[in-house]
Design a protein around this ligand. Structure first.
Ligand code: KG4
Ligand code: ZN
Length: 333
């Protein structure tokens, strides 16, 4: 059974074909970063329009890279139905419904966050549960206990900014451009992470996160020391974020008896976070599951993989399924 996955929740237009396993047969991602860079962030109106222009060629490319196919070319269509930008989600959802109707194959809506969890499965097909997943992206920062596929327990989440959002805002403040995460990661390599003692909000209590105070602390420090090097500020900021993320994930794994900690989402591409989580897990004698770079950022292979599982465990979605900008993770049963 081959599933076509479609992802248009934010600023990546993506399509992929996934076979059982799950195994990626083809995956195409068209990033809109250049389009939004001069505005310093994603402009929803532009994102929706760009998805509309790009989605058909991206799907064609994914199907043609998947090689010779029968009629219909796939056995099901999976699409992100939330969370994300309303106008962007609707483009993918309408396309998916149209294709599934034309091909007379099942159609299934996928939660983008569940997609990020399935990205780990594509990298590590022999995943063993329970696992603590730290899902850190531009829109979300959540700590989830995954007891098995489709069985999620929310341990904590951000009370204000997402981790990626904090990276993007601080990078913009430092004039490092957009997206801010990769820019801070790069610049921080030349800086001293001990130059500024930025706050570690709620580091040792509970499993919720808060990053807005850290962002304000960065602004105050730079106001007081305008000659401070951006490298030092970036390195100290990154150190503070990673310190909190790793401390909480590690504590969550100990509290729940998880076999390991799995990273997911765009911020999982951060080099310091990747290194620190591996060191922490090695010390604690548990597994660190760090995704490949392609599986950190938004892609449609993870949506197709999650859709394949959802189809097998709940069946197709109704044609009336709508886009849900604030969808949250829910158990399958
Ligand atoms: O998962 P993702 O591609 O899109 C969302 O669903 O939000 O995550 C994008 C976020 C952005 O905030 C970006 O700055 C951040 O991931 N990011 C990073 C790095 N690469 C991407 N943050 C820190 N370090 C990185 N190397
Ligand atoms: Zn994402």
């Amino acid at each position: 059974m081959r599933v076509l996955g479609i992802e248009t929740s934010c600023d990546e237009t993506a399509a992929a074909v996934v076979a059982p396993g799950p195994t990626v047969v083809s995956s195409v991602v068209s990033s809109q970063v250049d389009l939004h860079a001069r505005f310093g962030g994603v402009v929803p109106e532009l994102a929706g329009r760009a998805h509309l222009e790009r989605l058909t060629p991206v799907i064609d490319e994914a199907l043609s890279r998947a090689g010779p196919a029968g009629e219909p070319p796939v056995d099901a269509v999976a699409v992100t139905c939330g969370p994300g930008l309303m106008g962007s989600l609707l483009v993918g959802l309408s396309h998916a419904k149209g294709l599934a109707m034309a091909w007379d194959v099942p159609f299934v809506g996928v939660n983008h966050l569940e997609g990020h969890l399935f990205a780990s499965l594509l990298d590590h097909p022999d995943l063993d549960w329970p696992l603590v997943v730290l899902l850190v992206s531009g829109g979300h920062t959540v700590l989830v206990l995954v007891e098995g596929l489709g069985r999620y327990r929310l341990l904590g989440q951000t009370l204000d900014d997402a981790a990626g959002e904090a990276f993007d805002k601080v990078a913009r403040y430092l004039g490092l451009g957009y997206p801010g995460g990769p820019a801070i990661d790069r610049v921080a390599r030349e800086g001293d992470p001990r130059a500024f003692a930025f706050p570690r909000a709620m580091r040792d209590e509970g499993f919720d996160f808060s990053f807005s105070g850290l962002k304000t602390a960065v602004v105050r420090s730079v106001d007081k020391a305008p000659d401070a090097s951006s490298e030092d500020v970036a390195a100290s900021f990154q150190e503070a974020v990673v310190d909190v993320l790793v401390a909480k994930a590690r504590r969550a794994a100990a509290a729940t008896g998880a076999r390991g900690v799995c990273l997911a989402g765009g911020v999982a591409a951060n080099s310091l976070l990747r290194r620190r989580i591996e060191e922490a897990c090695a010390q604690d004698g548990i597994e660190a599951l760090v995704p490949t770079m392609a599986m950190c950022t938004d892609n449609a292979a993870m949506i197709a993989a999650a859709g394949q599982w959802r189809l097998a465990h709940g069946g197709p979605s109704p044609w009336s399924l709508g886009a849900e900008p604030n969808l949250f993770l829910a158990d399958a049963d």
